[in-house]
Ligand binder design. Structure first.
Ligand code: PAF
Length: 287
């Protein structure tokens, strides 16, 4: 595996990888601090393409002023070793200057789908995500790109951007969502789980457990708003300090739903435990 840190090196390395026509390249964008969830993206990418390019960039534009940009774990050498062992061909690891040279002035903003849920609690976050992912797509020009469904709203924002801007590399249909990978007790894997104290880590597993119970209840016809109220109460009772949202939403538009309808739906939750904000989501079968 080659690690490149400048755009010029990236272009040369990509041209070599592409070689003859017909070679498919998959991109797995990450912010590093890799866990099994990321490695699952890489494994899926390897099955779908000839070569996998991974990127590691802790994107300052997607962190709010009081968020964890400085604390976010950075471990490039360890991450590179993990990616190499998974057969990644090329690691794109720019620094902030290479990604945002002096004078950088463009913002990609996807209205509507960015606005509720995490967008409400984290103003500007999805603009930062859309801007850097648009750049990563243009820099690498992959045939396909893979993202975890754990960040379900992020995936919807990226798909909307690709559709609205008629992106071709990758095309919106080549943006692949990969199901969330979970710890043995059900907690969704996240680089931020390492912020949890041992007690918080135990309490955190209540989140997916309570969500699964809520999904079963809603699928069996229980009233949505009282089920969501019960879900919130259970999460708070387990030691979470607050719930940013616990919502039933249309899987595509992310518009909130008062009742289950014929379209696929999703249960989405964001809740804070200590200083850590955890998000999770689960599919709900349509009626
Ligand atoms: O999901 C992430 O790790 C990031 O939001 C992404 C997609 C790499 C953009 O910085």
């Amino acid at each position: 595996m080659q690690t490149v840190k400048t755009l010029q090196m990236l272009r040369t390395a990509l041209a070599q990888l592409r070689g003859n026509t017909g070679t498919r390249i998959a991109l797995v964008p990450t912010m590093g601090a890799l866990h099994e969830g990321h490695l699952t993206l890489v494994r899926s990418a390897r099955e779908m393409a000839n070569h996998v390019v991974a990127s590691i960039f802790v994107n300052p534009k997607q962190f709010g002023p009081n968020e964890d940009l400085d604390a976010y774990p950075r471990q490039l050498a360890a991450d590179a070793a993990l990616l190499e062992a998974e057969g990644v061909a090329l690691l794109w690891a720019p620094d902030a200057e290479a990604m945002y040279p002096p004078g950088f002035a463009t913002n990609v903003s996807v209205a509507s789908v960015s606005e509720g849920l995490c967008g409400a609690a984290r103003p500007g976050h999805f603009d930062g995500v859309a801007t850097v992912v648009c750049k990563l797509f243009n820099q690498v020009a992959p045939d396909l790109a893979l993202f975890g469904e754990k960040d379900f709203q992020q995936l919807a924002v990226i798909r909307a951007m690709a559709r609205d801007l008629d992106l071709t590399r990758p095309h919106v249909d080549s943006i692949i969502g990969v199901p969330t990978v979970r710890e043995a007790d059900g907690l969704a894997m996240s680089s931020r789980n390492r912020y949890l104290s041992p007690d918080q880590r135990v309490a955190a597993a209540t989140l997916p457990r309570a969500m699964q119970a809520a999904v079963r209840a809603i699928e069996s016809g229980a009233d949505v708003s009282s089920t969501l109220a019960g879900l919130q109460a259970e999460i708070l009772g387990a030691g979470f300090g607050s719930v940013d949202y616990a919502t039933l939403a249309d899987s595509r538009s992310l518009a909130s739903l008062a009742a289950l309808g014929p379209e696929p739906a999703r249960l989405l939750v964001a809740a804070r435990i200590g200083g850590t904000r955890l998000i999770d989501n689960l599919p709900i079968s349509a009626r």
